[in-house]
Write a protein that binds this ligand. Structure first.
Ligand SMILES: [Zn+2]
Length: 326
């Protein structure tokens, strides 16, 4: 039996899995992502997680045929490193990945992707239809997408394609994005920002609401909870969120012509009806081409690590016909 490995390197957690030729997970290991002192510490934690998953699977690391990695960015694909990760402390400047992982498993077949690209590879591989044209969209603390067109996973020359959260949706720039630019999609619709958007809208028009807008603990989850209890202002905020989601998703559909869009990320997974249903209803009115299926991810929280494993199995493509039997 040939064995493969996948790694999900996130800002909070590192997960490693070992799987077989069918993409079945045989063993997994999870550890916290070191917040310092430097990038090498993160590399070491990734290698430890891989060794741990191999041990649990009863496989020597050198028997692993190939490894896929889905990571926070930004990536430097040519060097096989993460360069100044935006969501980790500043002391972590450079995280070497493909070189040290290749040495551990004694293979040159290490495939590095940003996490949403790993997501689309996973959705493609594990989907019944193994579609050639699809998008994986995550609406979480931030927003990003992985795109596959004509069977080609779109990475960009540096590996950083799909940063759709930083597309401008609002020309008036009512909200400022975490990146410093006004009007970006995730400034309105990500988990880090829905509650801020609610506060700004209320500053403009202080209508009655049961939401604790002034509380230090006020969060995006509160907006959904109050909307579910019938708070009219909370519902208004989520209507505005839907409006921006419709614009951005329609733009992606007209740019890429996907057959299906799988949507994941904590905001979506916790509120699938609130996020997906109203967008689905409005796409017909705004999309020029064919309207694709808009579906909740089938892989839940495992989408990145299973995508990384699927990448290892399919030489970075998610195309099931590319699985190498050995
Ligand atoms: Zn931005």
């Amino acid at each position: 039996m040939a064995t493969y490995a996948g790694v999900d390197l996130g800002a909070t957690n590192i997960r490693a899995v070992v799987g077989d030729e069918s993409g079945r997970v045989l063993a997994s290991r999870r550890t916290g992502t070191p917040q310092g002192p430097n990038g090498i510490a993160v590399t070491e934690a990734v290698l430890d997680a891989l060794r741990g998953a191999c041990e649990e699977a009863g496989v020597d690391p050198t028997r692993i045929v190939a490894v896929g990695v889905g990571s926070i960015g930004p990536l430097d694909l040519a060097e096989g490193v993460i360069d100044n990760p935006a969501n980790l402390p500043d002391s972590i400047d450079r995280i070497p990945l493909t070189g040290p992982i290749g040495e551990l498993v004694d293979s040159d077949d290490v495939y590095l992707h940003n996490d949403t690209t790993a997501g689309v590879i996973g959705e493609r591989f594990y989907s019944d239809r193994n579609p050639d044209d699809m998008i994986y969209l995550t609406i979480s603390s931030g927003i990003g997408a992985g795109v596959c067109v004509d069977g080609n996973v779109v990475q960009g020359w540096d590996g950083n394609a799909g940063e759709v959260g930083h597309m401008t949706v609002d020309p008036n720039g009512f909200m400022t994005c975490g990146c410093g630019i006004d009007g970006h999609w995730e400034a309105y619709c990500s988990g880090n920002n829905i509650f801020r958007y609610a506060q700004r809208l209320h500053d403009e028009d202080p209508v009655e609401t049961s939401m604790p807008l002034e509380s230090a603990d006020f969060s995006s989850a509160d907006v959904f909870a109050h909307a579910n209890e019938g708070d009219e202002f909370a519902e208004y905020v989520l209507d505005q969120v839907t409006q921006w989601n419709v614009i951005a998703i329609a733009n992606m559909i007209d740019a890429y012509a996907p057959l299906v869009i799988y949507v994941g990320g904590a905001v979506t997974l916790n509120n699938p009806d609130r996020i997906l249903d109203p967008v689905r209803e409005r796409l017909d009115d705004v999309v020029f081409g064919n309207v694709p299926d808009l579906q909740l991810t089938t892989l839940g929280d495992d989408v990145v690590v299973k995508g990384a494993l699927a990448s290892a199995l399919t030489a970075g493509t998610g195309d099931r016909s590319r699985v190498r039997s050995s």
